[in-house]
Design a protein around this ligand. Sequence first.
Ligand SMILES: [Zn+2]
Ligand SMILES: [Zn+2]
Length: 137
Amino acid sequence: MSTAKISGGCLCGGLRYEADQAPGLAGFCCCADCRKASGSGFIPFMSFPAAVIRFTGEARPFRSTSYRGGEAVRNFCPACGGLVFGGEIGKDDRHTVYAGSLDDASAFEPAVAIFLRDKPDWVELPTGIATFELMPG
Ligand SMILES: [Zn+2]
Ligand SMILES: [Zn+2]
C-alpha cells in the first residue's frame, strides 16, 4: 500500500478530505441502506481512524438506524449531493470514506465484502476477497 496522502471529495469539490495514511479495512458494503443511499448495488468503503483524516467544506448528515441498532450517519455535499463519508465529525473515532469519491480511484484496494445477505444478484463482486453475510467478527 502507498504511504502517500489520500484525498478526495464530492462532484462539485465543496466537500473534501485528506488522510495521512492508507485505510484500514476497505471493501464493499452490500447492505440495503447503502444501496438506497447510493442508488447503486453497493458502496465501496474505506475505514480511517478519525485522527488521521481531515474534512473541509459543508457536510449534510443523514441519520438512519444502523444494523446494530445505533445511528448510522452518511454525509453528503449539500450542493451536488455526492456521498462522501460516514460517521459524525468530532464524535466518532472512525470514519468510513466512500471510495468513489477518491481523486485517484486506484487508491482503493478492496479486501472484503460485507452484508452479502442483502446483495442483489446483479452485483458481481471481484474474486479473492473475503465475504461476510453480515459483518466480520
Ligand atoms: Zn459537492
Ligand atoms: Zn452498508
